[in-house]
Structures are given as C-alpha cells and as structure tokens.
Design a protein around this ligand. Structure first.
Ligand code: PLP
Length: 455
C-alpha cells in the first residue's frame, strides 16, 4: 500500500467554528496582528504549535482515571518514572509542569552571570531561561542548517569543529553543553546518533556535563532509523536509549513526544545537582513525586511514552509533514527541505523578497494565512530572535513561518485545505506589506508584542 493512513479511528470529536475572511480581518486587527492574541475558537486550523495540542488516546484517558493524587509517593509517579527510565536511563527523574520549568531549574544550577552555554540551537524558552540567569546562549548548528533547501539528512547536527573551538575559547565559563533533538528553532531537523555521540565525547573531554533537550526524541529516533547508516533495522526504543545513554541529563516538554497536554521533566545523573534541582523544585513546582503535575497527568504521560515510539504512529507522523512539504514545493512555495519532524517551515524571506527582514516577512505571511484561510501559524524569525541583548534590532538568521502539526489531531483533508489556502495566498503575496512593532516586552517579546501594518 502506498497510502499512509492515519493509524487510528476517531472516537470523540471537537467541532471547528468556520469564520469568514471579513470576520478574521477584524479579529486579527483587534489582536494587534499578534496571532498569540487570538481566541482559539476564532481559528479554523490551529498550527501555532504542536505543544500540548495533540489528541490523547483512549488508553491515555483511561490511565487518567487511574491517577493517584497522593501528595507524596503516589504510584502514578512510580509508573511515570519507570516509563521515562525505560527509554532514558538517567538516575534522577524530576517531574515539572512543562519543559521551561525544567530549564529554569537547570539554569538555577548551571546558569549565572558571565556563563556561556552552547547548543545546536537553543529553543526560545531555553534561551529565555539562560538569559534570565545572566548567561549567554550560543547556537552552533552546522552551516547546512541555515540553508533552507539544503538536503543534508541531519541538518540539526552540532558543528563539532565550532564546538571544539568554542570550548577552548570560553573554557571555565561554560557550565554545560546542550543539544536539542529535533532542532525545533532550526526547522525541526534531526540530529544524528553519531553527532550526539561526538558532542557527548567532546563535552566529556572538556569535563562538561552534556544535557539533551529531548522534546522530540521519538521523531528524532525515527529519522535516525530512516536515514543513518546501520540504524535501519533497529527498534525505536533502542535508538532512543542510545541517544540518552551518552548524556548526563535532559530537559523535556512532555507536551511534545510525551503525547500529553501538559507535563515535563528534568533528568540528571549527578546526585549533588539533582539535590539542588529537587530543592528548587519544592520551592517552585511541588514535591518531587508530582512536581507541578496532577497524579493523573503523570499516568497519561507514562502511557503516552509507550505509544510515541510505535512505528506506525511515527511513520504516519513524519509522512504528514512530507506530504505538505511536497505539495507546497510543487506549487512554488519555498519550504525547508527535507521535511522536519513536527512542522513545516516556509521560508518567508524567500517568498516575500520585497519585505525586508526588519519589516518581519514571517509575520506578514502568518497574518495573511489567518486572514485568507483561518490558519494560525507562528513566525520564527526576526520577531522571535531579532531583538539583541543591547536592545537594538537585527535580522535573524532566517525568517521562517512554522506550521506546527498537532499530534493525531487533523486529517488529510485539513492538509489539502491548507494547500488550497497557500494557492490563494500565492495570488496576492506580492501585495503584502510588512509590520512594525509598537509595543514589546523585554524577554520573549513575540508572545505579547503588538504590531501595526506598514502602509
Ligand atoms: C516546547 C519546547 C521547550 C519548552 O517546553 P514547554 O513545555 O513549552 O515549556 C523547550 N525546548 C524545545 C525544543 C521545545 O520544543
């Protein structure tokens, strides 16, 4: 069979409210042209994020009823801990309410003024937590990772030579080395097992702990299985275990490959660091056997971790992205190739060459997608990364628009509708003007900043 179907049936449905273009023009204007400001029931297809927006399985909902809400020592925690350790063999598993809480705790240990933390590419919340601690984040992805149509199979790889030079240059100011799998901010591109091992070896050589931001570990493992020499016949669980076996810790948003609507964790091997982390956790999240989550959430995640490594699921998951990328490519929309794991990325700078980066071509494209088709996407470019530590503004490495695909939520016909919206957009794209920011916060401005259209 060539058709890769959704490997599930639908037991419960959520209606979508269909709006008109005229309504949407008013709605986005009153949200100050920031898509985060919209009400989600004013959105037809919500591709803002794949975070926590997936559909849980009937087995996960059943697990929710088994949740034990004891404050300390809940069996839900031990089921959760066992499910994590089955895939990621770390000594200490510390639950948090989401990934950023795990990052904040990690940075309370490793961050601080004058510290320098390298990664392939830090995600925005990771960078936010690093900077809030006074440290600096550095992105050392391979050069191919910045070339939208370069077909390198592992465009999320760390540039090992640059990392070596970095570690020499910054020496004692480097508290740890990180890597993000898959590389979300860099296009959902995977990192090879070989590259993870090389990064780990280099970190070890310099005596630095190696921490994986593992939000999309299962999608990354699928790419390793598909693309890396010698990995094709191995099972996903074993590939996942190999990735984490060389790390000293991980941060996780279980809203991604935990298949949960909420949750996360910090894992560490070092006992002293784990004690510091748990003390911080008790102050900010909760007791170490629930860490900001309800017992039922921990059970939903334990079940989610068993489902996310299923090969039928992962094949379908990656195929959806491939399908959208191929169709957009065939109608001339510049997309990041090869397709990433959780999202499709449009190169807005290339598609709207008449809009300069400092007028935010990604924002112009994202707003137009909403107005024309009710599709909510996310700018990942100069709005998100353009503000410099000194307050000035510079073009980001790329101006992308991300169509993040929620897990197990939309169907093939939603994908076909999306392509049609792009066909409509192609007819008017040359008339799109950019935006200026009229109000913004100091950190992570993209969530709340207000825009005005340039006329
Ligand atoms: C989502 C995400 C985070 C943050 O997790 P939250 O659960 O949203 O706080 C960190 N890193 C990456 C790569 C992510 O995708």
């Amino acid at each position: 069979m060539n058709t890769i179907i959704e490997p599930f049936r639908i037991k419960s449905v959520e209606p979508i409210r269909v709006t008109t273009q005229r309504e949407r023009q008013k709605l986005i204007k009153s949200a100050h042209y920031n898509l985060f400001g919209l009400r989600s029931d004013d959105v037809i297809i919500d591709l803002l994020t794949d975070s926590g927006t997936g559909a849980m399985s009937s087995a996960q909902w059943a697990a929710i009823l088994n949740g034990d809400e004891s404050y300390a020592g809940s069996p839900s925690f031990y089921r959760f801990e066992a499910a994590v350790k089955n895939l990621m063999p770390f000594v200490h598993i510390i639950p948090t309410h989401q990934g950023r809480a795990a990052e904040a705790i990690l940075m309370s240990i490793y961050g601080g003024n004058g510290k320098n933390i390298p990664s392939n590419t830090h995600f925005d919340t990771t960078r936010g937590n690093i900077e809030a601690s006074g440290a600096h984040g550095h992105d050392l992805v391979i050069a191919e990772g910045h070339i939208p149509d370069n077909l390198h199979p592992f465009k999320g790889n760390m540039d090992i030579k640059r990392l070596d030079a970095f570690l020499q240059k910054y020496g004692n100011s480097v508290p740890c080395v990180m890597t993000t799998i898959t590389n979300n901010a860099g296009g959902g591109q995977p990192v090879s097992l070989e590259n993870i091992r090389q990064t780990a070896a280099l970190a070890k050589q310099y005596g630095k702990p190696f921490i994986i931001d593992g939000c999309r570990f299962a999608e990354n493992a699928w790419f390793i299985k598909e693309r890396e020499a010698g990995q094709g016949s191995r099972c996903i669980e074993d590939i996942v275990r190999d990735c984490f076996a060389v790390a000293d810790g991980m941060t996780m948003s279980a809203k991604k490959d935990g298949l949960g609507n909420i949750g996360g964790w910090l894992a560490l091997n070092n006992d002293d660091d784990a004690e510091l982390a748990r003390n911080h956790l008790i102050r900010t999240e909760g007791f170490p056997t629930y860490g900001g989550l309800a017992g039922r959430d921990l059970d939903a995640l334990a079940q989610g971790l068993a489902e996310v490594v299923d090969e039928d699921y992962l094949r379908y998951r990656i195929q959806v992205n491939q399908y959208i990328v191929d169709r957009l490519d065939s109608i001339g929309v510049p997309v990041i190739k090869p397709a990433g794991g959780h999202a499709v990325f449009i190169d807005a700078r290339a598609w709207l060459p008449h809009v300069p980066s400092l007028a935010y071509p990604g924002q112009a494209l994202a707003v137009a997608l909403y107005e024309i088709g009710g599709i909510r996407a996310c700018e990942i470019g100069t709005v998100m990364f353009g503000k410099q530590p000194d307050g000035s503004e510079a073009a980001a490495a790329m101006d992308l628009v991300r169509l993040a695909i929620p897990r197990r939520t939309y169907t093939q016909s939603h994908a076909d509708y999306l392509i049609e919206v792009f066909e409509e957009l192609a007819k008017v794209k040359d008339t799109l003007l950019g935006y200026r920011i009229v109000k913004q916060s100091k950190l992570m401005r993209h969530f709340t900043c207000e825009f005005e259209p340039l006329i």
